[in-house]
Design a protein around this ligand. Structure first.
Ligand code: ACO
Length: 397
């Protein structure tokens, strides 16, 4: 067998793969996706079946443990997650002292990292299976509380207690708005399921990179939150809505936005379009589009942004630029319209994505920490800087 390490040491041979377009960073049994065929499966189960028949906590269990839970397992898990219905008092205070205008992703990332100050028993480099299970339920319970608290704080409103008699999604909506409709909660649950994992995306890879140094789980998940914040990743859902608003305010001319997105001199991209892996269609976008119609009808919302979004999609799908580059709407093209209809402020959309993606991050972290072949992530580089030169004293420069 070829000794790659020796070869590299002796020859300096290194693979350059900008953006890791074609580099497998790990083996994983969690999520399968085929970008050409538009297939997405969690642990072998098609996303379409899970979105129709399952619920978010069941999917979380499935991702983490690899199998669908029995009735008893699911009930115990729901109880366990619901038992994390409080934040440490100090953390409540910290959240309440952030400026009302703070971006929710900054609050969420800081508050998640700050959990490490309150749960110091979980900072060791080698968590046991029990520790990991405990942390899984804890973060599912507490990140939900942080998101709801950060919203209430931004509105100058008192927090609403978690109600363990409600489903995960219904409890979240109730903590946000003091009320929650079953159908709307179901729609949110579907959105969370669709976002729950997506193999080695930017934030999951970040979680793996941070986790590979054996950093504690709070720091690791906080890193994932930060990666998700970017516009090219989870931040796209906020950017889509802002883009649709802009198009509406400029008279609703979708054509102009398309031309701008095609102009290589202009950094503007059609937000919510394109995907590193999906080159046919994003199966999640198909499901979300249906949910979007359902939610707007149920809530009796007639949103002109939806009309603009549909027009934009139709035109892009007929435009040679987008067709040639295989650019289709991704999961976030329609999710923002649903969040908006639910009354969630635009700058909170990416925090909603965090709620959904958390079980995926945790499942991949568990997989990483249990993989005997796992190593600290430490890529190499191709050095293009100056060759050796001598230091010049300040007066000589
Ligand atoms: N609008 C206009 N042109 C685009 C877009 C877009 N949204 N996306 C890609 N392109 C073009 C690129 O300019 C490039 O053109 P070229 O070949 O003429 O140079 C070509 O399509 C290929 O695009 P890349 O940027 O090389 O593709 P990559 O895989 O690196 O990026 C990404 C994928 C980041 C998703 C990109 O399509 C994008 O920026 N989309 C908009 C942001 C977005 O919606 N992100 C959410 C992704 S889903 C998620 O993370 C949940």
């Amino acid at each position: 067998a070829i000794d790659i390490s020796r070869l590299r040491a002796e020859t300096g041979f290194i693979t350059l793969d900008n953006g890791f377009v074609n580099t497998g960073s790990c083996t994983s049994a969690v999520t399968f996706l085929n970008g050409e065929k538009g297939i997405l499966r969690y642990r072998g189960y098609p996303i379409e079946q899970l979105a129709e028949k399952s619920n978010f906590l069941e999917v979380s269990w499935l991702l983490y443990y690899g199998e669908l839970p029995t009735k008893a397992q699911l009930e115990n898990f729901e109880k366990k997650v619901a038992s994390f219905n409080k934040l440490p008092e100090g953390l409540e205070t910290i959240i309440s002292t952030f400026p009302k205008t703070a971006h929710p992703m900054g609050v969420l990332s800081s508050a998640t990292a700050a959990l490490s100050a309150y749960y110091q028993d979980h900072l060791g480099p080698n968590p046991t299976d029990n520790d990991k299970e405990e942390l899984f339920a804890q973060l599912l319970g507490q990140v939900k509380l942080i998101v709801a608290r950060s919203y209430r704080n931004s509105q100058g409103l008192d927090p609403i207690e978690s109600d363990s008699s409600l489903s995960y999604s219904k409890d979240f909506l109730n903590m946000m708005f003091g009320e929650a409709d079953d159908e709307v909660a179901k729609a949110l649950d579907v959105l969370l399921i669709l976002h729950a994992d997506h193999e080695q995306n930017c934030s999951a890879s970040t979680v793996r990179v941070v986790g590979s140094s054996h950093a504690n789980i709070f720091a690791t998940i906080s890193g994932g939150i930060d990666a998700l914040w970017g516009q090219l990743h989870g931040g796209a859902n906020q950017a889509v809505l802002e883009m649709l608003e802009e198009i509406k305010n400029a008279g609703g001319d979708a054509e102009k936005a398309l031309e701008k997105a095609k102009d290589k001199e202009d950094p503007f991209k059609l937000m919510g379009f394109g995907h590193r892996v999906y080159k046919n269609f994003d199966p999640r976008a198909k499901i979300i589009k249906v949910q979007c119609d359902k939610v707007l009808e149920k809530l009796n919302v007639n949103d002109p942004l939806l009309t603009i979004a549909k027009g934009l999609e139709k035109q892009a799908l007929e435009d040679e630029y987008f067709v040639k580059r295989k650019l289709y709407p991704n999961v976030d093209f329609y999710s923002g319209i649903i969040y908006k209809a639910l009354g969630i402020p635009t700058n909170m959309f990416t925090a909603m994505f965090v709620l959904g993606r958390l079980p995926g991050w945790m499942s991949q972290w568990k997989e990483l920490r249990e993989d005997p072949a796992a190593k600290i992530c430490r890529p190499r580089q191709i050095y293009t800087g100056a060759t050796e030169r001598n230091y010049k004293d300040l007066g000589e420069r």
